[in-house]
Design a protein. Structure first.
Lengths: 129, 296
């Protein structure tokens, strides 16, 4: 916040510090001046992205996945215990299962994914909030 | 049940791709509580994961899902604190920004969707308390959870920011405690009750995220609770999925705390077997809770 007040915006945009927030929003809840550090960070993060500066790799990965499948992650196989573990369980006795074998309905990506992708690309180009 | 007990189930990316236990337990218990869950074709990411890099992209994605539910005349029930916050905050934001709302509407028209902002997103705790009702929940308990002392963990995005209109006191929420007590279990205040799980840092500074989660788990365990009860798949990933990684990162080898979704806990109190609630998917030592319930 001190760097923002000093106008050190360029330094901040290139710094990892703007990406190291848990986003717990406690500052947003409590800030008596309605100038929560979270909001400042989010504005700086958006600005860094709009200026094509480096951002944590998870974000472009999320965007690419949404453009392709509509979601940030497609279904994975997960570990399922053969016997419920206690604190004394040493042997990690798992099998791997997917949605179908767990009795969950299969997922389909949005029917008109190209139109979703087109609209999302448009939104990503907007510079102002 | 009457028509208004139909709700659009929105599992969200994380639940539907890896945190299956929340979806399994929700699909198991809600029909038994008189709630019909509708699967909506075409749901996509809620937008929250990319809000940090693009507020407009977040608003478009959030409004898109709300518009899909609106088309069916249904309110939306997300199984994730982040998704619920995304929808509620988008509704609030677009209500106050008319020019932006008009621009988002143009993007939605690509798929022939329309958005008015009239679709409500219900937080699962709010839904259980206000739509299902605590009395109804009390009435379906066939196996009271006597003897269990459980710590409530809300997750930051369930209760903050309150200026967009949340459902519980941001500084002293009570809904989860009320719902735990309705099952015959005991709960209690603890100083770390509203502390964050740390997940927001997982994609950039993983070690710090594990430390934050470890501090809370250790505190809960040291205060003598039998388990942590939560409602958010991201908090679950930290406290349950990563419990072993937390032990290593924090050098706290004695952390051994069962973690359950509230829907799983409710299912147990309804006498439903563990597997039907996806409890065999939790990675923390959940067998301890079952042992205690069975009086072993």
């Amino acid at each position: 916040m001190a760097m923002v007040q000093l106008g050190m915006i360029e330094e901040l945009l290139k710094s990892e510090v703007i990406w190291s927030c848990t986003q717990c929003l406690a500052c947003k809840e409590r800030c008596p001046r309605d100038a929560a550090p979270y909001d400042v960070l989010e504005a700086l993060q958006n600005l860094a992205f709009n200026l094509n500066l480096p951002v944590p790799e998870a974000y472009p990965a999320f965007i690419n996945s949404i453009l392709k499948n509509g979601v940030i992650q497609t279904p994975t196989r997960v570990r399922v215990w053969r016997h419920l573990p206690t604190k004394d369980t040493i042997k990690r006795d798992f099998e791997f299962r997917d949605r179908l074998s767990l009795g969950l309905p299969q997922l389909k990506k949005p029917a008109e994914i190209q139109k979703l992708a087109q609209a999302l690309q448009e939104a990503l180009k907007w510079k102002e909030e | 049940m009457e028509g208004r007990m139909k709700f659009a189930l929105y599992p969200g990316c994380t639940v539907q791709s890896e945190q299956y236990a929340h979806e399994i337990s929700a699909r198991e218990i809600f029909p038994k509580l008189g709630v019909q869950l509708i699967d909506v074709k075409g749901f996509s990411c809620c937008g929250h994961p990319i809000k940090n890099v693009s507020v407009p992209a977040w608003l478009y994605l959030a409004a898109r899902n709300l518009a899909l539910a609106e088309k069916l005349g249904l309110d939306i029930l997300p199984l994730c604190n982040g998704c619920n916050l995304s929808f509620r905050e988008a509704n609030h934001y677009l209500e106050e920004n008319h020019s932006l709302k008009e621009r988002i509407k143009v993007l939605l028209s690509f798929e022939g969707l329309s958005y008015t902002g009239n679709t409500k997103s219900w937080h699962i705790l709010e839904f259980l308390r206000d739509i299902v009702g605590v009395e109804k929940i009390r009435s379906v308990v066939t196996r009271p959870l006597k003897g269990l002392r459980l710590a409530a963990h809300y997750g930051c995005h369930a209760i903050r920011p309150s200026n967009i209109g949340m459902f519980d006191d941001p500084e002293d929420p009570r809904s989860l405690e009320e719902l735990i007590e309705a099952l015959g279990a005991e709960t209690d205040d603890y100083p770390e009750r509203l502390d964050c799980c740390g997940q927001g840092l997982a994609i950039t500074t993983g070690k710090t995220a594990l430390t934050i989660a470890g501090l809370k788990l250790k505190a809960i365990q040291d205060r003598g609770f039998d388990a942590v009860i939560l409602v958010c798949p991201f908090c679950m990933k930290m406290f349950d999925s990563k419990q072993n990684a937390i032990k290593v990162a924090t050098q706290q080898k004695d952390i051994n705390l069962p973690v359950l979704y509230y829907t799983q806990l409710l299912g147990l109190a309804m006498g439903i077997e563990a597997e039907k609630l996806g409890i065999n998917l939790n990675l923390s030592p959940v067998g301890e809770v079952l042992k205690k319930l069975e009086g072993k």
